[in-house]
Ligand binder design. Structure first.
Ligand code: ATP
Ligand code: MG
Length: 559
């Protein structure tokens, strides 16, 4: 890494913004916004936009608003507002102002009246279906509405009565009067307001006309004095109506829209609508299920906000759509955890060892460090050692292949931080299953080194059976079996759910030092992976650990 690796990486948006600031292009400081619709939890894709908007404001001394784009009375909810705020804060950002598009309904209504008065909007009484049918195609122009030439007075009267609740849903809509033959279909007299007799989650029944996305979005930006409105590429065609509206509404130095490619990662879905289905249809335990690509899910999985920053920074911001490979994300997660979390020992699939020459009932406390030499952190803990210990079943093979350096009959191996032990005997049940290994330890090798310098290749982890904490361990894996579960629109994405995305280990054995840390603490279980002490399902007697990520990309090996 270069010495200036803390400097933000450049991209085309950052260049434009730097120039804005340099030339005072807007006559006001940089102002950005993050505009989520409160109809679901934020996901890793949103984090790309958050890091970009808040990051630019921070770097260039600008402002950034958190604006809830809440113009749809059917899907929005206060619980999503709360979750979104928590997630943005968790990412380490503070917004200047918390705004709601629904606070601008009155202003939008006034703008609507102004447009009508200036002959730039009209009330149409066709059904939305009829309007759609008469919009034309990319190659053929649309057809003017029979209501297009209504008088200003008639339009104003109808608009007032729409607002007053005199008409049922769908009776009328307000449309911009632009051009039914416009090459950009969005500009063919787009809908601005429609009637919805529905209760809004914040405003209740105060309104029965609701603005459409295009009408609300750009004007909300303009009202807030935003300078650069950063959005994802699917809004490219909406830029014309954005510019038309902020200009026709009479804003000076209005904001401009810039598009960038959505952030997408293999094996993940970033669409709130689809994530909501996973929640509602109980494929996952909730929005914060550790398999979810939501920020709440990732937090519960043990991912750090710093890893998410580093990840999006490494991907960069561009206009070309790309899906990022999962190993790139996992690399960022590991990289960050590697430098910050303590190492402890846990045995996930235990088999018991009895050290036949170790005194019965005795427990000694051995010194162990929390961090390897290449991590610039210090700390030690005591690890209890006793006559009976647990090791991983995989670390013993009765008839070992050549390159196997761990435990086998007659073989000597090092117990990490403890002693060298030698396997003397394999105890089996009537069916021939191994139930216990009987070993001897060499008391002269405390700490793990043989005074006579004899070589022992294998080192394995272990946990004292006398002092082990019985824990539930949840092994999480990718939620889908294919890189792009949405690639084929004819196939429901749920058909690609990975049936082994969660494997629960009921009785893992963990060293007791973990009990002195609060839930939420993160660890590396030596030789096993990165884990977090689950803050929700753990009890003092029985902690739950979620696997954040494996130590290595286990799929790469398979390939
Ligand atoms: P979804 O399809 O998940 O509902 P959305 O775009 O409808 O996404 P919004 O709540 O409207 O969700 O998004 C808020 C902001 O986050 C918008 O500016 C949007 O462009 C941005 N955003 C959403 N998804 C992504 C993504 N995958 N990558 C980058 N930015 C995103
Ligand atoms: Mg949206």
């Amino acid at each position: 890494m270069s010495a200036d690796s803390d400097a933000p990486r450049n991209n085309f948006i950052r260049e434009l913004v730097a120039e804005d600031v340099e030339t005072n292009r807007f006559g006001r400081p940089l102002a950005t916004r993050f505009p989520p619709e409160p109809n679901g939890f934020l996901h890793i894709g949103h984090a790309k936009s958050i890091v970009l908007n808040f990051g630019l404001a921070r770097e260039f001394g600008g402002r950034v608003n958190l604006r809830f784009d809440d113009t749809n009375p059917f899907t929005e909810d206060m619980k999503y507002v709360a979750a979104i705020k928590e997630d943005v804060k968790w990412l380490g950002f503070e917004w200047n102002e918390e705004r709601y598009a629904s606070d601008y309904f009155e202003q939008l209504y006034e703008i609507a009246q102004r447009l009508v008065k200036r002959g730039k909007a009209y009330v149409d009484s066709q059904t939305e279906e009829e309007i759609r049918e008469r919009r034309g195609t990319v190659t053929t122009p649309g057809t003017d509405s029979p209501n297009r030439e209504r008088s200003v007075d008639e339009n104003l009267d109808l608009l007032r009565r729409m607002r007053a609740g005199e008409f049922p849903d769908g009776a009328h809509v307000l449309r911009a009067k632009i051009d039914m033959a416009h090459p950009n279909m969005i500009m063919r007299d787009p809908l601005l307001l429609r009637i919805r007799h529905a209760s809004h989650y914040r405003l209740g029944d105060a309104w029965c006309i609701y603005p459409l996305y295009d009408f609300a979005h750009g004007l909300s930006d303009a009202i807030e004095g935003i300078t650069r409105s950063l959005c994802t590429l699917e809004f490219k065609d909406n830029r014309d109506i954005y510019e038309w509206l902020v200009s026709e509404a009479g804003f000076d130095n209005p904001p401009t829209q810039i598009e960038f490619a959505r952030g997408e990662i293999d094996y993940m879905i970033v669409s709130k609508r689809k994530l909501l289905r996973l929640v509602n249809e109980k494929y996952v335990t909730g929005w914060d299920d550790p398999r979810m690509p939501t920020l709440a899910g990732m937090r519960r999985r043990g991912v750090t906000p710093e890893a998410i920053h580093a990840f999006w920074e490494s991907v960069g911001v561009a206009r070309k759509p790309v899906r990022t490979e999962l190993p790139t994300f996992e690399h960022a997660v590991r990289n960050d955890l590697n430098m910050r979390v303590p190492r402890v020992m846990a045995v996930l699939n235990p088999i018991k060892i009895v050290l036949t020459n170790y005194p019965e009932g005795e427990v000694e406390e051995l010194d162990a460090s929390y961090y390897p030499h290449d991590v610039p952190l210090e700390g030690t803990r005591k690890v209890p050692f006793s006559r009976e210990i647990w090791i991983e079943r995989d670390d013993f093979i009765e008839d070992p292949p050549k390159k196997f350096f761990r435990l086998a009959p007659g073989r000597e191996v090092r117990l990490r931080y403890a002693y060298l032990i030698t396997c003397q005997d394999v105890v089996k049940d009537a069916e021939g299953n191994i139930v216990e290994l009987r070993c001897t330890y060499d008391p002269a090798t405390r700490g793990g080194d043989a005074p006579d310098g004899r070589k022992v290749q294998g080192t394995i982890h272990w946990v004292s059976a006398a002092r082990a904490v019985d824990a539930e361990v949840r092994l999480y894996d990718r939620l889908f079996t294919v890189p792009d579960p949405e690639a084929n629109e004819d196939e429901d994405f749920t058909t690609f759910l990975n049936p082994s995305s969660l494997v629960v280990i009921e009785h893992a054995k963990v060293e007791p030092s973990v009990l002195s840390d609060p839930p939420g603490s993160r660890y590396q279980f030596e030789r096993t992976g990165y884990f977090v002490h689950d803050a929700i399902d753990s009890t003092p007697e029985r902690p739950v650990f979620n696997r954040t990520v494996t130590l290595r990309d286990s799929y790469a090996k398979l390939k």
